[in-house]
Design a protein around this ligand. Structure first.
Ligand SMILES: Nc1ncnc2c1ncn2[C@@H]1O[C@H](COP(=O)(O)OP(=O)(O)OP(=O)(O)O)[C@@H](O)[C@H]1O
Ligand SMILES: [Mg+2]
Length: 343
């Protein structure tokens, strides 16, 4: 898991598991001539088998009663966190979505907290992200160790392009690692985001916001007194500004992706985070983010002007990109050198 070299081997196993006939021509020929071929496993069966040999054997029996298919996926996705002594149980589902579900887990005593939240991506969630290229521009593909997949790794790149089972898994893991890496960066910079604890191929573990009765609601379901709403609008802008100072745009910011608990906000849901210098759609993505949150705060009586905020923040952080600045500086240097030569 920890070096680039182990990456193809690790995913080769995945590929075999989901589609044993994928790329290995030799194996394909052998399979054709085999007298008693082992029937090909369906993905569900493969996941079930994986769950049987990981979580269950290791004693991981979540209290949360999930549907059979969800339970197997849950076990295979979270048993690593159990083995690492980060969680001891899954007690409730906070929210089930099309792409990911979030669970409240009992934290291991060694972590020093009572609960942790696990966001578990559904198998093949990638397929529902039809416009993902809008966000992907300017982003590298990340493997589950958080390292960049090399562009000359033609097997992986081809699989991603063709959306084979293996390629889809790599894309999904890359989305997840972007989410995790962004949370780490923002948390360290002091932004209002969950504390990232650990990442695995299909899941991210982070601080849980809420208590044993309920998870923190998202802002869209919260009515705020004007004074508090004004202060929180300022706090949201502080976070957008901080992200821009790190070269990032949330990409899916709205009142639906901001938690509210005990007067504090927490920005969540980062897989679509976008680079503000290298993505040609950056301005439009930032505009949509600011407008969406702005509309919520307007509904709470705050007199905010999203376009004015957008112009100010864009001017402050992005208008001169580091690349343009470097180019300008090198022109200046060349001119100075010319002048010195002519003296
Ligand atoms: N750290 C957390 N603590 C408590 N609740 C959380 C946490 N993270 C997420 N949630 C809850 O889980 C929901 C889904 O999380 P998130 O927005 O990250 O996933 P999603 O893929 O966008 O799902 P959805 O499409 O349902 O919004 C959130 O709306 C929130 O209610
Ligand atoms: Mg969300």
């Amino acid at each position: 898991m920890s070096t680039d070299d182990t990456y193809p081997t690790k995913y080769a196993e995945y590929e075999d598991m989901f589609d044993p006939m994928q790329t290995d021509r030799q194996a394909r020929r052998q399979r054709r001539t085999r007298r008693n071929p082992t029937p090909r496993k369906e993905p569900d069966e493969a996941v079930a088998e994986l769950a049987d040999t990981t979580g269950l054997e290791a004693g991981f029996h979540p209290t949360y009663q999930a549907a059979r298919h969800e339970e197997q996926w849950l076990l295979s996705s979270l048993s690593g966190f159990y083995d690492q002594q980060l969680i001891t149980d899954v007690v409730a589902q906070v929210k089930g979505g099309k792409e990911a579900s979030v669970y409240r887990c009992l934290a291991h005593p060694l972590t020093g907290v009572e609960f942790l939240a696990a966001k578990v991506y559904r198998p093949r969630m990638y397929r529902t992200m039809r416009n993902d290229y809008v966000y992907r521009e300017g982003r590298e593909i990340l493997a589950s160790d958080g390292k960049e997949v090399k562009k000359n790794d033609s097997r992986t790149m081809r699989a991603i392009g063709k959306k084979t089972a293996f390629g889809v898994q790599v894309s999904q893991t890359s989305w997840l690692m972007h989410e995790y890496a962004t949370m780490q960066m923002l948390y360290q910079a002091g932004a209002d985001v969950p504390r990232p604890v650990e990442a695995a191929e299909n899941a991210v573990l982070m601080s849980y916001h809420g208590d044993e009765h309920m998870a923190a609601p998202t802002l869209n379901g919260v009515r705020l007194p004007l004074r508090e709403a004004t202060a929180l609008w300022g706090q949201v802008l502080y976070n957008i500004d901080l992200m821009l100072s790190l070269g990032k745009i949330h990409g899916d910011l709205s009142a639906y992706n901001i938690l509210y608990w005990e007067g504090k906000i927490t920005l969540i849901d980062f897989p679509q985070v976008t680079d503000c210098y290298n993505n040609p759609n950056a301005y439009d993505i930032l505009r949509r983010d600011i407008w969406r949150v702005g509309e919520y705060f307007q509904s709470q009586g705050v007199r905010c002007v999203p376009d004015a905020v957008l112009e100010e923040l864009w001017k402050r952080h992005v208008r001169v990109s580091p690349r343009d600045l470097l180019a300008d500086l090198s022109v200046l240097e060349a001119e100075r050198d010319e002048e010195e030569d002519s003296d």
